[in-house]
Ligand binder design. Structure first.
Ligand SMILES: [Fe+2]
Ligand SMILES: [Fe+2]
Length: 164
């Protein structure tokens, strides 16, 4: 069962993952809302940090996409009558997500941390999509967002490879 949750595993054997109950679903929605809000904050902070227009546009695009993701989870929580979790300061959240102290300096470090964040997002999106597999609409949204995160991760990796 764990095999299918691996980063490179197929996305077809979803039925073996136990669906989640409402409480767990609410927890997941909160977790994803916080994760997405953090990504928005993180990429937004990079907009003013560089004077390379191409690089800035890339981050502006990511801010836009991540904002859409955050809005979806906010909407789901609101529909369930649940208060939105408070946002956590950037560095604290980065440390919490990545389990280490982080420094946000320069494009190289920025891309590396971005890749780490995206990898984590990819991992949790895959698991969540399996957990709600029977909910076609949510599954479709989660798979779309998973793809967005995969594209971000690929762009960041490519940028690092070409310029650093
Ligand atoms: Fe996202
Ligand atoms: Fe992303």
């Amino acid at each position: 069962m764990l095999n299918i949750l691996k980063q490179n595993g197929p996305l077809t054997a979803a039925k073996v993952v136990k669906p989640i109950n409402r409480d767990k679903l609410i927890d997941r929605l909160k977790e994803f809302y916080s994760l997405e809000k953090f990504q928005v904050q993180y990429y937004q902070a990079q907009l003013s940090a560089a004077n390379d227009e191409y690089y800035q546009r890339a981050f502006a695009k990511m801010v836009q996409i991540e904002s859409g993701h955050a809005a979806y989870f906010a909407k789901q929580l609101q529909a369930a009558g649940i208060e939105l979790p408070k946002t956590v300061p950037l560095l604290e959240m980065a440390g919490r997500l990545l389990g280490e102290a982080v420094e946000l300096t320069g494009p190289e470090q920025t891309c590396k941390l971005g890749i780490a964040l995206e990898s984590r997002a990819i991992e949790v999106y895959r698991r969540f999509a399996f957990e709600v597999w029977d909910d076609r609409e949510m599954r479709r949204t989660l798979l779309e967002y998973l793809l967005d995160e995969e594209f971000h991760s690929l762009w960041l990796k490519d940028y690092l490879k070409r310029w650093h």
